[in-house]
Design a protein around this ligand. Structure first.
Ligand code: GLU
Length: 416
């Protein structure tokens, strides 16, 4: 990702935040406060590598705003992590929490590293080192981390253990996305995908498309992408294409998802096992009912938006469509379900996990699923209603719904 793209991610978010706040009747002071995170911590983490040498990793934690409650959001391990991206991601977390009506503001963290090239023990030392470095500004009632790109339940377990040691008491509510035996919630691992599937249901019913027999294209086969492929397959849809960083697989009759799930590695790589692949660019241009970008930022841009032939785009990744592309696909009549709504399932079940940790009382998977559906559908209806009522595109509508509670909380606290 280039520096310019990174700038785009933050500046385009700021443009929509400003538009949303103005439409809600707020002035320059509120915009000035909410256009950037209130806090950004940069840390240098020394890690003893397996070869005996110490490597210093750079990490971040951004907290957008805590007027509503503690901040919440994942930690990503990726070579492209940078300050601007982490800032934008923390703002998106605020919007997700706002849309889902969770008692949180947004936060996000990241470490510049490539976990695919690190050993298990090196990853453990890095995860623990990160928690030591940020421990002053996080905690179950301050800022609650979770998994994100290339982090998982094992990493959450190490982080929770490190935090509990520092504080000298068991602190399951410090982090979510934990393994079940350490206070994780049933349904958390597949929650983002389940939420996306619910959004696909809602969008399809608005467009009069039946799920059974529909054609779905998914870019990315990580946590969200692979579980979603399975859910859509189980619901009777044909998943005609999936992709990873190396390329894409395409079969008009529908791919064998169970087989692909079995053969992918823990980072979602599977296409390298096949000879007959197409490019990610070709995948995005396939004719289909639903296109789900479930990989990384800036995938649908002004240069390829014209070639998109989906009826619905559901953004499972954070920031996959640029602002200009949003306008272009909306003008083409494509129904776009924006990231801050579509991918809120992860943080919703994280919230359930935190509630269960605080209560010390654990729910069944059916309870989790029912509550997730209820919250996602309510979020969808609020956004869709505003979109039709105020004649604003789905992204602006989602931002308006997402930021209004936070702005109100800021005003009531007397900060602005
Ligand atoms: N990283 C996920 C997201 O971007 C989940 C965050 C959370 O569960 O707190 O929404």
């Amino acid at each position: 990702m280039t520096g310019m793209d990174n700038n785009n991610v933050l500046t385009s978010t700021q443009i929509v935040i400003e538009e949303a706040l103005r439409k809600l009747g707020y002035g320059d002071d509120m915009i000035e406060l909410l256009k950037e995170p209130m806090r950004l911590l940069t840390v240098r983490i020394p890690v003893r590598m397996d070869d005996g040498k110490t490597r210093v990793f750079i990490g971040y934690r951004a907290q957008h705003n805590d007027a509503v409650g503690p901040t919440k959001g994942g930690v990503r391990f990726h070579p492209d992590v940078n300050e601007i991206e982490v800032k934008a991601l923390s703002i998106w977390m605020s919007l997700k929490c706002g849309i889902a009506n969770l008692p949180y503001g947004g936060g996000k963290g990241g470490i510049i590293c490539d976990p695919r090239k690190m050993s298990f023990r090196e990853l453990e030392r890095l995860s623990r080192g990160y928690v030591r470095a940020i421990s002053q500004i996080v905690g179950p009632t301050k800022d609650i981390p979770a998994p994100d790109v290339m982090t998982n339940a094992q990493i959450m377990a190490w982080m929770m253990d490190e935090y509990s040691r520092i504080r000298e008491f068991d602190s399951p509510g410090f982090i979510t996305g934990k393994p079940l035996v350490l206070g994780g919630s049933l349904g958390r691992e597949s929650a983002t995908a389940k939420g996306v599937a619910i959004m696909i249901d809602e969008a399809m019913s608005k467009k009069g498309i039946a799920v059974a027999g529909s054609r779905v294209v998914i870019q990315g086969f990580g946590n969200a992408g692979s579980f979603l492929a399975k859910f859509m397959h189980d619901a009777g849809a044909k998943v005609i294409a999936i992709s990873d960083v190396n390329g894409a697989l395409y079969n008009e009759q529908g791919l064998d998802i169970e087989d692909l799930m079995d053969r992918r590695d823990s980072f979602g790589t599977v296409t390298n096992l096949f000879k007959d692949t197409i490019s990610n660019e070709e995948l995005l241009a396939l004719e289909c009912d639903v296109l789900v970008p479930a990989a990384i930022e800036n995938q649908i841009t002004a240069s390829n938006a014209d070639s998109i032939r989906a009826k619905i785009i559901v953004e499972a990744a954070n920031g996959p469509t640029t602002l200009e592309a949003t306008r272009m696909v909306t003008d083409k009549g494509i129904l776009l379900i924006p990231d801050v709504l579509a991918s809120a399932g992860g943080v919703i079940v994280s919230y359930f996990e935190w509630v269960q940790n605080n209560q010390g009382y654990y729910w069944t998977e059916a309870e989790v699923d029912d509550k997730l559906r209820e919250m996602m559908v309510r979020g969808f209806n609020n956004v869709y209603e505003l979109h039709t009522l105020k004649k604003v595109d789905m992204r602006l509508a989602a931002y308006m719904v997402g930021v209004r509670k936070m702005a109100e909380a800021v005003r009531l606290r007397g900060w602005v």
